[in-house]
Every structure is written in structure tokens, then in C-alpha cells.
Ligand binder design. Structure first.
Ligand code: OAD
Length: 236
């Protein structure tokens, strides 16, 4: 069985991580979709860093939920599997999904990298600053290792997704917890399910992908995914 899973912020919602566009998504009265931008960082790097540090702290204290665990279980039980997640948290990994079966297309919140040169380090080896860190190599401002709105996706990660899609149509595509507002998420989902495989959407609300789904599950991911995964594993 060949499977593609695409996830967004809704999958981590039940671990207590706020979504971007949800009712509780605002931070200090600010719209997260406007903070995750190069413009916001240029205007007020301290503010953007404060937001990322709070999110890092919240993620560190959070636990993977039943949705992350179900996806990791599906990965173990299928011959060919890829997860493309827009989430920058580490909850899929902590649920046991190996790195080679996952693409974090919007980066990793625990990486800190230079905004100018190629220097980067992961957070475990970095003391938590209060202020905006400077690059030890070139002194430019350091920034979180995530992809902001209007920025290019990493070429290497993009190629990993494309080569999986080139490997053939999927028997099942699951898209869970994303508003699917980004064109490439819609394109990858449709291209993977093009060969007539199942397209399962898990989302309490309608999205641009809903009308293409062969199965719509309007439930929270942590409730729906364990059941869906059991069904897929049984049907192999
Ligand atoms: P959003 O915040 O846009 O959407 C979260 C989605 O999850 C919505 O469709 C909700 O209906 C759904 N949802 C909420 N709770 C859920 C639950 N318990 N179970 C299942 N679904 C639930 O998050 P994303 O779609 O991930 O990008 O956002 C996409 C990208 O836009 C993000 O990666 C980020 C962003 O702003 C960048 O920063 C580049």
C-alpha cells in the first residue's frame, strides 16, 4: 500500500498548540499569519522572537496526541509512506515517525539559523536568549529555521515530496487539520490521489479540498485518525 498523509496545525490542536487561523490563534492581539513573515521580522525582530520562544516552550511542554500516534502507526504498517506536514513542531517525530518518512515543509521551530549566511544550530545546543541572537559567524540577526509567508520552500524538501509523488499514485491520501490555503498543498493532494485512490479529509470544517474528498470526516483528528488508520491497516 502506498500512502501520503498531509497535516496542518489542526493535528496538533488537541496537544494544546494553537492553530494559525482558529479563534484562539491570536497572540497578544496579533494575527499569527502576519507575524510569520519576513516583513514582521524586519520591522520588529524582538517581537517575532518572543512569539517563537513562547511557541517553543509550549511545544516542549506538549505531548503528541492520538492523531500523531495513529499516523506513526500507519507509517510502520505500510510499504510506502510519506508524511508532508506544515507543522514546525516536533510532535510527529516524538510520536515515533522516523525522519526519512516525513517532510517538514515549513521547517523546524527548534532550528535557529542566520538570516544572512548559512550558519545554523538546533535548539538543543543553544542557550535560550531573551534578546535577538546574532550570528557567531557574520553577526547578522539569527532567525527561527522556519519558512515564512512569501519565502521559498527548501529545495531539498521540495524534491523529497516531488520524488515521492513521481513514484506513483497513492492508494490512500489523508489530509488532516489544514485549511489547505496554500496552493502546493492542494496540488500535492490532488496529484497523489489522481490515480483513483481514496482521498480522506479529516477536518471539522470545510476546505477547498473537501469537494474532491472520497471520504469527509468532520471530527477532531485525535478522534478520527485512530479509527481511519485501523480501517486502512485492516483493508490492506
Ligand atoms: P490553520 O490554522 O490555517 O488551519 C487549521 C485547520 O485545522 C483548520 O482547517 C481547522 O478547521 C482545523 N482543525 C482545528 N482543530 C482541529 C482538530 N482538532 N482536528 C482536525 N482539524 C482541526 O493551519 P494550517 O492549515 O496548518 O505557514 O496553516 C497552513 C500554514 O499557514 C501554516 O503552516 C503556516 C500558516 O500560516 C507558514 O507559516 C508558512
Amino acid at each position: 500500500m502506498r500512502v501520503l498523509v498531509l497535516t496542518g496545525a489542526g493535528v496538533s490542536a488537541e496537544s494544546g498548540i494553537p492553530t494559525f487561523r482558529g479563534k484562539n490563534g491570536y497572540w497578544r492581539n496579533l494575527d499569527p499569519t502576519k507575524l510569520a513573515t519576513p516583513e514582521a521580522f524586519a520591522r520588529d525582530p524582538q517581537l517575532v522572537w518572543d512569539w517563537y520562544r513562547e511557541r517553543r516552550e509550549r511545544i516542549r511542554n506538549a505531548q503528541p496526541n492520538a492523531a500523531h500516534e495513529a499516523i506513526a502507526r500507519l507509517a510502520k504498517q505500510t510499504e510506502e509512506f510519506l508524511l508532508v506536514t506544515q507543522n514546525v513542531d516536533d510532535l510527529h517525530a516524538r510520536a515515533g515517525l522516523p525522519g526519512e518518512k516525513m517532510v517538514q515543509i515549513h521547517g523546524d521551530i527548534f532550528i535557529t539559523r542566520c538570516s544572512r549566511c548559512t550558519f545554523e544550530h538546533d535548539h538543543e545546543h543553544e542557550p535560550e536568549h531573551e534578546s535577538v541572537p546574532n550570528c557567531p559567524q557574520c553577526d547578522a540577526l539569527m532567525r527561527p529555521g522556519v519558512v515564512w509567508f512569501g519565502e521559498q520552500l527548501s529545495r531539498r524538501e521540495l524534491q523529497r515530496v516531488e520524488s515521492y509523488l513521481d513514484g506513483g499514485a497513492c492508494d490512500a491520501v489523508i489530509v488532516a487539520g489544514t485549511t489547505a490555503t496554500l496552493g502546493y498543498i492542494v496540488d500535492w493532494t490532488l496529484s497523489a490521489s489522481h490515480g483513483g485512490g481514496e482521498l480522506i479529509e479529516v477536518n471539522p470544517e470545510e476546505t477547498p479540498l473537501s469537494r474532491f474528498a472520497t471520504r469527509l470526516v468532520r471530527e477532531p483528528a485525535a478522534i478520527a485518525l485512530p479509527r481511519i488508520v485501523d480501517g486502512l491497516i485492516r483493508s490492506r
